[in-house]
Write a protein that binds this ligand. Structure first.
Ligand SMILES: Nc1ncnc2c1ncn2[C@@H]1O[C@H](COP(=O)(O)OP(=O)(O)O)[C@@H](O)[C@H]1O
Ligand SMILES: [Mg+2]
Length: 429
């Protein structure tokens, strides 16, 4: 009996010890698990459970836990990579992007918007849109979009010479945030700089207005004189005079039309001018031969540089145009019996060609504008010579298309020096 009791006692003791040991193991396993989960809650997704001295049952739990942590970590990494990509796209696009929270404050701006509005990001964040844009029309459109979800697009000037096109895209805020059940919207604002477009549009309409104006004068003159002639009752001398005027005015119109055609041809072929090696002297001589009759009429001598074989990158017909325009100007805007002098400086990689005269010159304030279309300093003189006001614009266009530069130095009453540069070809093979 006694041995049995001892045996039972020992057995119970061993059983109790085992149960105790099992419980403490279970407790420590629980703590280990809780600690690991706590780490996840705190955002330390790299936490892992180790199988050190563990049993198969635990190992399965640990592996499951580790797999879960890995998945979370991977998903988050994917998301943050995607977010980085989106952020890079957003920051590097040319459209300004501004995100307005439903309370009307700025949540986010990209670099383009900072640049457009010349306002660093610190001066945007969490500020009310009224304090940022200070434009009544835009402000009320934003308020409408925030309150009623009304999209809007429009244009306004943010400072001198900068016009922007704005688009407001309301975004329903309800699904994202539970406490926004009041039906307000977030607003995405897209801003594009359209100043250049508007400038081009204005230029084009100015151009059309200028052309119409230029054509109106000769047409009116032609019509007037023709009417008088048709009325009869004109003596032979007057008849001759009227006919001459009609003839000259029609020449002027012809000049204008051919200059306009020349310009539009140049603009159309801007990208495909094919420069070849051109003998500069040869083209100059051709141009001088063409203007010689006009020069002779005014007894103006044209001096050429001494002949030299010099090749430049150009297009022969275009280069001829340049010389013709500069030489005719030099002759027209010079008094009789003066001299027009063509010279050139041979530089390392370029040639700088000068067409100088001792004529009436150009006042300082007009110098920057002479290459503009239809800009004339000496209006009457230009008209009298059949000028169109387009010659120098054509010169500038051609030289620029050939990769060179144009310029002018001039002093009123003393004369002008129009110059242009072209790329030089080495004479050696
Ligand atoms: N060599 C020059 N000397 C003085 N003024 C010039 C000279 N060349 C051009 N100009 C001025 O620049 C204006 C523009 O020249 P251009 O474009 O050739 O037009 P235009 O048809 O009037 O000659 C002229 O109207 C003239 O007033
Ligand atoms: Mg001219």
């Amino acid at each position: 009996m006694i041995p049995f009791a001892i045996g039972l006692g020992v057995g119970l003791a061993i059983g109790a010890l085992f149960a105790l040991w099992q419980m403490s193991w279970f407790r420590s396993l629980r703590r280990y698990l809780l600690d690991a989960m706590d780490a996840i809650v705190q955002g330390r997704y790299d936490v892992r459970m180790y199988e050190y001295r563990s049993r198969p049952a635990e190992i399965a739990i640990f592996r499951h836990f580790n797999r879960m942590a890995e998945r979370i970590q991977e998903t988050l990494a994917d998301l943050s990579q995607e977010r980085d990509i989106l952020r890079h796209i957003l920051q590097n696009m040319t459209t300004g992007v501004i995100y307005l929270r439903s309370d009307g404050q700025v949540q986010m701006v990209n670099h383009a918007a900072e640049r457009l509005f010349r306002r660093p990001v610190e001066q945007w964040k969490d500020r009310d849109h009224w304090t940022v844009f200070r434009n009544y029309q835009l402000g009320s459109a934003i308020d409408h979009a925030l309150l009623f979800g009304t999209p809007w697009s429009g244009e306004f000037q943010i400072r001198d010479g900068v016009t922007v096109a704005v688009r407001l895209v309301p975004i329903s805020a309800a699904p994202r945030m539970r406490n926004k059940a009041d039906g307000r919207h977030d607003v995405l604002m897209l801003v594009n700089d359209v100043s250049e477009w508007r400038r081009l549009e204005r230029m084009r309409s100015d151009f059309v207005a200028n052309v119409s104006h230029e054509l109106k004068t000769p047409i009116a003159a032609i019509r007037g004189f023709a009417e008088t002639l048709l009325d009869g009752d004109v003596d032979e001398e007057a008849r001759e005079k009227f006919l001459r005027t009609i003839y000259e005015e029609s020449l002027r119109m012809g000049n204008l039309v051919s200059d306009l055609l020349e310009l539009s041809k140049l603009e159309a072929s801007d990208s495909h001018v094919d420069p070849v090696a051109v003998d500069l002297y040869e083209v100059l001589v051709r141009a001088v031969d063409r203007v010689r009759p006009v020069a002779n009429e005014k007894e103006i001598t044209i001096e050429l540089p001494r002949e030299q074989r010099l090749h430049v990158w150009a297009e022969p017909d275009l280069l001829l145009q340049v010389f013709l325009n500069l030489l005719t100007n030099a002759i027209h805007y010079s008094p009789p019996k003066s001299r027009v002098c063509v010279t050139w400086d041979v530089l390392v990689d370029r040639v700088k060609v000068h067409v100088k005269d001792n004529g009436i010159g150009i006042p300082k304030e007009s110098l920057p504008r002479v290459f503009e279309r239809f800009y004339r300093v000496h209006k009457d003189r230009s008209r009298a010579s059949g000028g169109t006001g387009l010659g120098l614009a054509i010169v500038k266009h051609i030289v620029t298309a050939l990769g060179g530069e144009v310029g002018v130095e001039s002093e009123e009453g003393k004369g002008s020096d129009f110059w242009f540069t072209l790329s030089r070809l080495d004479a050696r093979p």
